[in-house]
Design a protein around this ligand. Sequence first.
Ligand code: DX5
Ligand code: ZN
Length: 218
Amino acid sequence: MALLSPSLLSADFYNLGKEIEQSIQCGADWLHIDVMDFHFVPQLSFGAKIVEDIKKHNPVFCDVHLMVTNPQDHIIPFAKAGADLINFHAEAAIHGDRLINLIKENGVLSGITINPATPVDTIKHYLPLVDMILVMSVNPGFSGQKCIEYTFNKIAELDIIRKEFGYTYTIQIDGGINSSNVKNVLKLGADIIVAGSGFFSLDNDKRKDFSDLIHNYQ
Ligand code: DX5
Ligand code: ZN
């Protein structure tokens, strides 16, 4: 079954606790935590405290997307805060294997992310090592951008490779996904759907419909 991971960047921060609880009631499986450093991407968001505070109230799976230039500096703080999965950008990683090992040694699931124009081939050596590959379908930095559809081919490519070699990673897609295009990515093999504006702009009934669409897709 595919899973829904709403991106908190599109939530109403004034009502964050309520937004999280309602998201879960509407079928969110994970929470997607977008960490931005104003360097790798042109925006600042939040640090590890957000995960620590969420976990004090709710055991929900926290899926941390590091959009930062120095991912090595953020892994231990997020692991200590209770992150369940930490993924970093291939474009930012100088010593990727070391980072994957550091994530695993801290008891956290590991992921690697590729920007829209980064080919799958760039990360081929990481494929047997990680728990998740995140395919960005927008250039990271903002919610509410239009999906770049040429990225969808990489979902299919990753799905074929994992079947061929018996790799166990899941495939996540992030950026501009909504109820109109989600079936296209599910069809190609996406397992984890991130949605920011495509989820938080909906009322609760429509959020439930969106999560049902993802959960019931065969
Ligand atoms: C983009 C972030 C995404 C974003 C998704 O930099 O990594 O997770 O918040 O938002 P939407 O779904 O609105 O593109
Ligand atoms: Zn993200």
